[in-house]
Design a protein around this ligand. Structure first.
Ligand SMILES: Cc1cc2nc3c(=O)[nH]c(=O)nc-3n(C[C@H](O)[C@H](O)[C@H](O)COP(=O)(O)OP(=O)(O)OC[C@H]3O[C@@H](n4cnc5c(N)ncnc54)[C@H](O)[C@@H]3O)c2cc1C
Length: 238
């Protein structure tokens, strides 16, 4: 897997902080950003995070090239709707010699890995036979496995990224997408350290886990019981 932050909103934290400041100012957005120092931006970002006021984070976008991940991962990734995606087409790009991802649990068991590779070779051969027989690539691809490698370009704004990191940096997320999420987080932290300082699973960021019986940290599990009928809300630690 390769992940590269291709581009992002210039001075993302300044833009977000200035947008937030605008809500409480009679000045124009342009005037506010002109007079904004780094220190002031930091102070504002900190305030937004502490208040849970994340809509200004939507003004900063980040675009990644993601190569060599499985179609299983890309299916999970595109469930994150607040994002823009471009993905290598299996209709227009023939998969005659497709590469594939071998999950670690299989790769560390030689017998199972050999069987996995044998099947991949068999699928490759069947795919190529279909294409050679004149079947369009768009139909021959129905043979291809979830393991088939794919490439994407993905753009997410900072708010959507925080949600993505919360869900996919968590140990409950599958290993491949978890590795991707941590790589993306590492890269955005380099360019927007304040905004992403506290990004990640809630056990790390809030000391709470919402995964219930599936949690890897039972000591952090928080059960939120609510009665929508009487308007009461109760937090219980279990
Ligand atoms: C560990 C794990 C296991 C999973 N297992 C399954 C599974 O078994 N089956 C399955 O189908 N999915 C599964 N998912 C996918 C999950 O249900 C979400 O679809 C996915 O993680 C995207 O999350 P999201 O909707 O918050 O993100 P986004 O689509 O990026 O949305 C971001 C936020 O915007 C808001 N939003 C977006 N669209 C709407 C809308 N239409 N209406 C109202 N609010 C909206 C919500 O607040 C949402 O949290 C799993 C995810 C994880 C992390």
């Amino acid at each position: 897997m390769e992940v590269k932050l291709l581009c992002y909103t210039p001075e993302p934290e300044k833009v977000v902080a200035a947008a937030a400041r605008l809500c409480y100012s009679s000045q124009s957005g342009a005037a506010i950003i002109e007079g904004f120092s780094e220190g002031k931006a930091e102070e504002f970002i900190g305030k937004l995070i502490s208040l849970g006021h994340f809509s200004p984070f939507e003004h900063a976008s980040f675009t990644f090239a993601i190569d060599g991940v499985s179609r299983a991962l890309s299916h999970q990734l595109v469930r994150h709707r607040i994002a823009s995606y471009s993905q290598k087409s299996q209709r227009y790009v023939k998969e005659s010699g497709f590469s594939y991802v071998i999950p670690q649990s299989i790769a560390e068991r030689p017998q199972q890995e050999a069987e996995f590779i044998r099947l991949m070779d068999q699928i490759k051969q069947a795919y190529n036979e279909l294409v050679a027989a004149g079947i369009p690539a768009e139909d021959a691809r129905y043979l291809l496995p979830n393991a088939t490698e794919t490439n994407l370009v993905v753009t997410m704004n900072a708010r959507a990224l925080l949600n993505f990191f919360q869900q996919r940096c968590c140990k409950r997320a599958q290993r491949e997408i978890r590795e991707l999420a941590w790589m993306m987080l590492q890269q955005v932290r380099q360019v927007a350290p304040m905004m992403f300082a506290n990004a990640g699973p809630t056990c790390l960021t809030q000391g709470i886990c919402f995964e219930g019986s599936m949690s890897c940290r039972p000591d952090k599990v928080q059960v939120v019981a609510r009665s929508y009928f009487n308007g009461e809300s109760k937090n219980e630690k279990s």
